[in-house]
Design a protein around this ligand. Sequence first.
Ligand SMILES: [Zn+2]
Length: 329
Amino acid sequence: MKKRSKRILTFYTDQQVCFDNIETASFSKSPLKPYLLMQRIKKKGLTGAFRMQSHFQPFTKTDFELAHTETYVHNVFNGEGNHRSNSLPWSKNLVHSVGYTNASLYEAKKYALLHPQTVCFAPVSGMHHAQPERGSGFCTFSGQVISAIKLYEEFGVSGAYFDLDGHFGNSIEDSRWFNPAINLAIPKGCNVNPTGTNESYVESFQKGLAHVGEHIKAGKIHYVVFAHGADSHEDDDIGGGCDTKHWLQCAQLFSEWVNAISAEIGKPLPVTLALFGGYRSDNYEAVLDLHLKSLLTCSRIICENPQCETLVIPKKACPREDWMTYKVA
Ligand SMILES: [Zn+2]
């Protein structure tokens, strides 16, 4: 079997960042997160785990209309009607950036599909609450849905999402009436959203892995996306019920599962990583470091990148205030 590339191919450009009004006027810092994460990677000296791909085209209105009404797309582009339904401050910069965030996910997934030895990464969040006629919960457009439909139309492939954000990813289910192509692009049961806390959350995730694994072995699912939202962590401002040990355990289980499935099907399973949610007003670096720890776990286990071997996953749940002291690199 072809060996995995050592570095995670990252679809990032500053164009996918909204700098206007986010720091000052937005609860969610997600439109800035791709930029902040790239800065954090540099600061921590972790650039060796990533390779950048910055040249890609943004989505157009036609792309967005695969998952949204013409009226809603018009409203967002022109700052009219329900353009604030995403609960983010509207700006031309925001409109410009969402064209690139959505394209980042699509380009990452497409590259992983065509070059499965390369793990790809779309450093993007908020997409999974958007609905056909409106935005919701800091999400403007349904990048998950659009990228899946485009890949289905171009290559006839179906995918699965492991959505480990702290909140249910409703975009996919809410789009089934609007564009039935999603039923083939992401079959029912392949939008995996674990529930529970700590052990029960991990068990729920493992059930999802097993379910999708059967679909992959049956040739019905051709790629996976791992969206390890940091708001499923218990310290998040609007977050879920996983302590650090269990949150990171999910990244480890996912990575080991990818290797096991790849061995069973005799080829590397196409894998794309994404960020999704994460909110802390007291310590946003903690959100970024959670994302980084998850990415480096995938790098260490799937890409076998020795640069990341020093990432230690604690055996026991560490006290909430202590988890930041665990070494990243
Ligand atoms: Zn969330």
